[in-house]
Design a protein around this ligand. Structure first.
Ligand code: 3H9
Length: 707
């Protein structure tokens, strides 16, 4: 028999003098899976049973302390002990329990820390309660212990924003007791415990902490948080429950508060929102692992060029500068270059005005920015991103220049939104270096980056794009070449569905409201008004000649544009905008135009409920998403979900359109589409992928494993 190595224990303990050193070692992030929970309880049992142990020190192996509960266990049958049990066991230990934190102490990881008696962190620590981002609440006593330790006013934002704080901030608000002098977490932790022992520091339980004692202040914090959360939480379940739990901490004895928290936590755990948000979390990590990244090494990127200094080019330049790269911007003349530079500066000046950047930091960033009117300035850069006017001839002229000046091996990227990148690549001598990097406006803010992979590009260029995305802190999604790639191709279809609804009888205001109530931050007509109706108008005019004459075409948006109503920038669009206001009001003139257009098109208006509007809007989105997957433009349904969530405002708590489609059920969805097809067979042609999946009785999720 061949001997097999025993699996490594995720929690080990050893005596260091009179301290029991407990190490959580559960790669990649020390999540609190069942074996870790069991290991922690066993370690405390050992500490209590062994008279040689005077205190316990808990540390994490690798890059983090503990990143939280094991997300993969959610939705599966519970295994004992639960995390609240583990935390209670730590807290009731008769000997001092100390944690030494480095890297992430998130969610259940921070709850372990809160249940321990003393806390030290070293530089670079990230302490937070991000459960809300997964549709949950801190469910291992976090909602009861954090307010008792640091007060409701400090605990609520930590839990409601989900944003982690650093060690200095944590020290300031009393979340930890000490910051280590060095970044050697083990040495710092051991030294701290030794000091505590010398000082005869007693066991100190957070359940007895008194930060909620000032009833008036705590109640005011809860009331304010409830009002704010009700306004902002847009259909999310867990934020208001977090406020309820903190109120319980204020009003109930600890053990009762814990029972209340458990009940709320389990309700969140069972909710479709939690399933959707956890899907979105995993999907965002899966998209990073494109096939090319597994078989090729990225080329090194130490400098970048941007061609074009318009809004997009400047935004891309800012994203590159923020990632620490030197950037060379090319424009056709000095005036355009000055405008490009001004666009870049404007972004930084905006941040300075908001107190988010210092003038000094701006100067440092701009020191890495060079402008030139000569392509020759790009001779040495490792990557060029072209962001000029959307016209094939113009783009090909730019690429001819890049082909002429750029060094061998430079990555040549286009930011086109819909042009054929294969044709751009074919026009130069090095198609293997050409790739699409489709940023979304504003490019320095929007998370999504479509990495558009043309037929002849080499794998290491694709790997380079994914590597660059990581540096830029973007979420890259691999897309194939087609008109609009993943996101804009789908957008064109679901916007058309909205236009059909509008012409058939729904007002743009009702459509926007219904879409917002589903969870999008804005409705489609608000988005058009924000971006400028003239942009879509120009595209429609350009494509008029090639449009299928049999396809339904709603002319209402054109009627508005013909009047110069382009949206916010002209104070009129689908809405009217009072001076200086970004929120519009419905416009009776627009409604009158819609009435006239319905008559012209021979449409007898019908009424639609909000639910009917959302059903059609999403059916159009999902059907086109399925086409995009069927044609391999997107690798899997999850790639579509990540695209729509990160670039198009799809509510993450619905998991993206393809995840959502599974929750409503593909047979019901297909039945809807077939019903709509009776009115407009060209537009509502069911995607072959949906038909296939329904025939096989399968879900879209079943395709997520197969890229
Ligand atoms: C909770 O704690 C509930 C409790 O209050 C109550 C319970 C009763 N579990 O992000 P990365 C995986 S809720 C399992 O690329 P980074 C991740 O999927 C939890 N797996 O690394 C990926 O796997 P793969 C509250 C997890 O260095 C790998 O680790 N905690 C978990 O950029 C690397 O991840 C959170 O919400 C997990 N908890 O960032 C924290 N976390 O290699 C969520 C990560 O197969 N995590 N993985 O693709 C994070 O924010 C980041 O992962 C972290 C590291 C900052 C830790």
């Amino acid at each position: 028999m061949t001997p097999t190595a025993a699996p490594a224990l995720p929690v080990t303990h050893e005596l260091r003098g009179n301290i029991l050193l407990v190490t959580v070692d559960n790669p990649p992030v020390n999540a609190l899976g069942v074996d870790v929970r069991r290991g922690l309880v066993a370690a405390i049992d050992v500490a209590e049973a062994n008279p040689a142990v005077r205190a316990v020190l808990i540390v994490g192996a690798g890059r983090n302390f503990i990143a939280g509960a094991d997300i993969r266990e959610f939705g599966k049958p519970p295994q004992m002990p639960t995390l609240p049990d583990v935390c209670n066991r730590l807290e009731t230990c008769g000997k001092p329990v100390v944690v030494a934190i480095h890297g992430a102490a998130l969610g259940g990881g921070l709850e372990i820390a809160l249940a321990s008696h003393y806390r030290i962190a070293v530089a670079g620590a990230k302490l937070g309660l991000p459960e809300v981002l997964l549709g949950l609440l801190p469910g291992a006593g976090g909602t009861q212990r954090a307010p008792r330790l640091i007060g409701a006013g400090a605990a609520l934002p930590l839990m409601l924003s989900g944003k982690p704080i650093g060690e200095q901030e944590a020290l300031k608000i009393g979340l930890i007791d000490r910051v280590g002098q060095s970044d050697d977490v083990l040495a710092e932790g051991l030294a701290y415990v030794q000091q505590l022992l010398v000082d005869h520091a007693p066991v100190r339980r957070t359940r007895d902490a008194q930060a909620l004692a000032d009833q008036a202040t705590s109640t005011a914090a809860v009331t304010a948080a409830r009002a704010d959360t009700a306004k902002k939480s847009r259909g999310l379940l867990s934020p208001l429950k977090i406020v309820d739990c903190v109120e319980a901490a204020l009003n109930l004895p600890f053990d009762e508060g814990m029972r209340f928290e458990r009940k709320q936590f389990l309700e969140c755990l069972d909710s479709p929102q939690r399933a959707a948000l956890v899907h979105a979390f995993h999907a965002e990590r899966e998209v990073q692992k494109a096939p090319e990244t597994r078989r090729a090494q990225p080329r090194p990127i130490g400098s970048a060029g941007v061609v074009g200094g318009g809004t997009m080019g400047a935004g891309i330049a800012v994203a590159l500068l923020d990632a620490g790269l030197p950037v060379t911007m090319i424009e056709r003349d000095d005036e355009s270059l000055a405008r490009g530079r001004a666009h870049v500066e404007k972004v930084y000046d905006g941040l300075i005005a908001k107190g988010r950047l210092t003038s000094d930091a701006k100067a440092k960033k701009l020191a890495r920015f060079i402008g030139s009117t000569s392509y020759d300035a790009l001779a040495d850069v490792d990557i060029v991103i072209e962001a000029v006017f959307e016209d094939m001839a113009v783009k090909q002229a730019v690429f001819a220049e890049l082909d002429r000046v750029c060094k061998q091996g430079a990555v040549l990227a286009t930011n086109t939104s819909y042009l054929d990148i294969d044709a751009i690549a074919a026009s130069i001598s090095r198609p293997q270096d050409v790739i699409g990097l489709h940023f979304f406006s504003p490019a320095h803010i929007m998370k999504l980056l479509e990495v558009v992979v043309p037929a002849r590009v080499s794998a290491d260029v694709v790997a380079t794009a994914f590597d660059l995305a990581k540096k830029l802190r973007k979420v890259p999604v691999r897309a194939g070449v087609c008109d609009g790639f993943i996101g804009n191709r789908m957008l064109a279809v679901y916007r058309a569905a909205a236009d059909h609804l509008m012409e058939d009888g729904a007002s743009p205001y009702q459509i926007d409201k219904a879409v917002r109530e589903f969870g999008f931050p804005m409705g489609p007509y608000q988005v058009i008004d924000l971006a400028g109706g003239d942009i879509g108008w120009a595209t429609r005019k350009r494509r008029a000649a090639t449009r299928n004459p049999d396809a339904r075409y709603v002319q209402i948006p054109d009627r508005l544009c013909e009047r110069g109503w382009f949206g916010q920038k002209t104070a009129r669009g689908f809405y009217r905008y009072d001076e200086g206001k970004r929120a519009g009001t419905p416009d009776p003139d627009v409604e009158a135009i819609i009435v006239t257009e319905r008559e012209r098109a021979g449409v007898t208006p019908r009424t639609f409920s909000d639910e009917q509007i959302v059903r059609r809007y999403l059916a159009a989105m999902i059907n086109e998403g399925a086409n995009v997957i069927h044609e391999r433009i997107a690798l899997r349904p999850l790639d579509v979900d990540v695209t729509l969530i990160n670039g198009f405002g799809f509510p993450a708590h619905r998991g993206g359109p393809m995840h959502y489609a599974d929750t409503i059920g593909l047979p019901a969805l297909l039945a809807d589409i077939r019903e709509f097809e009776k009115q407009d067979p060209l537009f509502w042609k069911p995607s072959p992928l949906l038909v296939e999946l329904v025939e096989r009785g399968e879900t879209l999720a079943s395709l997520n494993q197969s890229a």
